[in-house]
Design a protein around this ligand. Structure first.
Ligand SMILES: Cc1ncc(COP(=O)(O)O)c(C=O)c1O
Length: 439
């Protein structure tokens, strides 16, 4: 093993041996190389004549650039064309962490790592899997999930996904099924991996505050009995909470420092929160209990994670990070965010009004939703894939079919005034498919 990795492992082991045990084999071997980067840093300080260490081209003391490139970029070459650090731009990481604290009151008085910047949340999940998931590890997820978890965890990292029903018969988070799944897993493996994605894709559900508290208790109970619990919170749609039925902060905040055997990892990003999907800026933030100064273990985990970034994409787009940092620091940002939130809120309200129509209850069940971009319908009479194809062919309407009975509707991309018609067309499409089947 590389001596730098050994050194980092020593720091993690001293600070929290459970956290060390939860690292994957790759995670244990990961490190951030000193070589070129530290030589470059030394040269920056001391090379007063010529600095021939930098891995870019420069001219006149700035990154070399073409006017045809710069004509469409409004950020100077140093902050756009030059490489960003593998850790991410420091000011962006600090600002994002401050925002995490501001938006999650339960973190008050706790310590979390500086976020590491990734190429969107997808890459963050993949780096997380590199760091923490070994082949054969089981990841507990509900039965309604973002399909890409299969590619990231199962195909690319050899993990197994075990699912529990997301909803109870009372139309809330299925606490009993969640607890059962954990207890069963606790009998099989010492390390338990739980992925919590709220607001949930595809259903748009976020647990109530009481459910959130109970989820926290269940996880602490399992840790108390001796299991190591790795909790990943995929907070892709964080902040889009539309009514009082949902908790308004991340479970990451409740679970961080809740037990020495609970390691929490927050995956989030500017992607959906700041409406910049293609800019590809996500973050990985750690929360763990540390025996000593928490900055020691966080520093070691950040270095390993940056090593995984360095070994996959090397570093994330500097231009994207600068654009987002500029937006976060803009005095107009809170107002602009609020305006877009209102647009989404109006759509959700409209969807709820439309779906209250009794005529629909013969053909679908509306799953609970209170947050995010989506909502789901459970079809009672027709196959969702047959409906999807029919809606596209006959009405030019696209929806997502999921499994044996569900469809997902993204109200995030339907104007408020079109919502009534959209659901009427879906309803009519069901009637057509029923008729064709002789029902
Ligand atoms: C639950 C969830 N996590 C992660 C992502 C991916 O986000 P990103 O575009 O930042 O990779 C998505 C996007 O659809 C998602 O729905």
């Amino acid at each position: 093993m590389n001596p730098i990795a050994e050194e980092l492992n020593g720091v993690i082991q001293n600070s929290n041996p459970n956290t060390y045990d939860m690292l994957s084999n790759k995670g244990k071997q990961l490190y951030f190389p000193r070589g070129i980067l530290s030589q470059g840093a030394e040269a920056k300080e001391k090379a007063f004549r010529y600095n021939a260490t930098i891995g870019i081209a420069t001219e006149g003391g700035v990154p070399m650039h073409l006017p045809s490139v710069m004509s469409s970029i409004n950020v100077d070459p140093e902050q756009s064309l030059n490489y960003a650090p593998s850790f991410g731009v420091l000011r962006l990481r600090e600002t994002w962490r401050t925002n995490i604290f501001d938006k999650n009151p339960s973190l008050s008085g706790k310590a979390v790592s500086l976020p590491i910047v990734t190429n969107g949340i997808t890459h963050g999940l993949s780096v997380t899997a590199d760091m923490w998931i070994d082949e054969g590890d089981v990841i507990l997820l509900p039965d309604k999930i973002w399909g890409n978890y299969n590619l990231i965890f199962t195909v690319l990292h050899g993990a197994k996904i075990r699912q529990y029903p997301l909803f109870s018969s009372q139309r809330g988070f299925n606490l009993n099924a969640f607890e059962d799944a954990l207890q069963k897993q606790a009998l099989d493996t010492k390390k338990i991996v739980v992925l919590l994605n709220f607001p949930n894709n595809p259903t748009g559900y976020t647990p109530t505050s009481a459910e959130g508290k109970r989820i926290q208790e269940i996880l602490i109970n399992v840790a108390e009995k001796g299991n190591n619990v790795l909790v990943l919170t995929d907070d892709a749609y964080f902040g889009l909470f539309y009514d009082d039925t949902s908790m308004k902060e991340s479970l990451f905040a409740l679970l961080t420092e809740s037990h020495p055997k609970i390691m929490t990892i927050k995956l989030d990003g500017a992607t959906k929160e700041t409406y910049v999907w293609g800019l590809r800026v996500g973050f990985i933030t750690y929360g763990t209990l540390a025996k000593d100064n928490p900055s020691d273990i966080y520093d070691a985990l950040e270095k390993k994670t940056a090593g995984a970034v360095r070994g996959s994409i090397s570093n994330d787009s500097h231009l994207s990070q600068s654009v987002i940092l500029g937006a976060l620091n803009s005095e107009n940002y809170p107002k602009e965010k609020e305006e877009k939130f209102r647009v989404m809120l109006q759509r959700v309200r409209r969807v709820k009004e439309v779906l209250a129509n009794k005529k629909y209850s013969d053909v679908w069940e509306v799953y609970p939703f209170n947050s995010g971009y989506f909502m789901c319908l459970g079809l009672k009479t027709v196959d969702p894939e047959a409906l999807r194809v029919h809606l596209l062919d006959k009405y030019g309407v696209g929806i997502i079919s999921l499994g044996k009975s569900d469809i997902r509707v993204a109200f995030s991309c339907v104007e408020e005034e079109d919502i009534t018609e959209l659901f009427d067309i879906i309803y009519q499409g069901i009637k057509d498919v029923e008729k064709a089947a002789g029902m």
